[in-house]
Design a protein around this ligand. Structure first.
Ligand code: SF4
Length: 273
């Protein structure tokens, strides 16, 4: 798929979302929120659903939770324009209630198609509803900061998923905000690991296979390789270990576009502990 075709495919999905009436959430929305970001990115962030500000603005994560998300990304040298940000449900649940299972199911084809088009190396889930889509059965209090292979049925062919708390939880609970900074510090390493896995899969797929040998075996082996754990967790760094320095963004920028210059939106100084 060319860059132009990818952009056009994302715009076509967005147009369908804006006119969608598949579930009851269309009755109370102001604007549907398809998602936005770099169509060439390797990293997709998936939240739960639009809130008050997003419903008014038609864009994801533009309220206080969005401000924290931008700070979290800046702590690893990334900008929101370099990733793609979307949600499990594209319309605001009334009063910010949890999305219902039938609403999530009705909206799922849009996210699956977005992932098919974007073909990300890493999906970062923000909150438990998003995590449930990619890590069924996991609890966010235990799974945050961890990484797993993604089921291709989600639309992401050979990606890793990295679980995080929703930024709104960090706004409510200072300890979760601290943990979120520690968690996101592991995302660049997950991206590097995901690139290695994808290269291994593609190399296996392109290798000439002798007659009678199952070519899919090497691909399955590459896909099932256990991802390396995120390099830092709060438990590992608190107390006995020094606070982690943010990884260098240069080798793991999520966008195909050039990395920002030093004077462009500088990352804030962070105090983790
Ligand atoms: S939440 Fe999704 S399925 Fe429901 S109306 Fe909005 S776009 Fe359609």
């Amino acid at each position: 798929m060319t860059d132009v075709e990818r952009q056009q495919a994302l715009e076509a999905i967005a147009a369908e979302v804006l006119a969608c009436t598949r579930c009851r959430l269309h009755e109370t929305r102001t604007k549907a929120v398809p998602g936005e970001g770099d169509p060439e990115t390797e990293v997709v962030l998936v939240g739960e659903g639009p809130g008050f500000n997003e419903d008014r603005g038609g864009r994801p994560f533009i309220g206080r939770a969005g401000d924290l998300l931008v700070k979290l990304l800046a702590s690893i040298g990334w900008r929101r324009e370099e990733v793609f940000i979307t949600n499990i449900v594209k319309c605001r649940p009334p009063d910010n209630r949890d999305p219902q299972p039938d609403e999530i199911a009705a909206c799922a084809p849009y996210l699956r198609r977005q992932l098919e088009v974007l073909d990300p190396a890493v999906i970062v889930t923000l909150g438990r509803h998003s995590m449930a889509r990619f890590m069924p059965g996991a609890r966010v209090s235990q799974a945050h900061g961890t990484v797993r292979p993604v089921d291709p049925e989600t639309g992401a062919r050979d990606a890793l998923v990295f679980a995080m708390y929703h930024p709104a939880a960090g706004l409510r609970t200072p300890a979760i905000e601290v943990e979120s900074y520690a968690d996101i510090a592991g995302v660049p390493a997950a991206l590097i690991d995901a690139r290695r896995r994808r290269e291994a899969v593609r190399a296996a797929a392109s290798t000439a296979v002798p007659e009678g040998v199952d070519a899919s075996a090497a691909i399955v082996e590459a896909l099932s390789a256990k991802p390396k754990p995120a390099p830092w967790t709060l438990a590992e760094t608190a107390g006995s270990h020094p606070s982690p320095a943010p990884p260098s963004p240069a080798p793991a920028s999520p966008a195909a576009t050039a990395a920002p210059s030093a004077g462009d939106d500088p990352a804030p100084q962070l105090t983790l502990f």
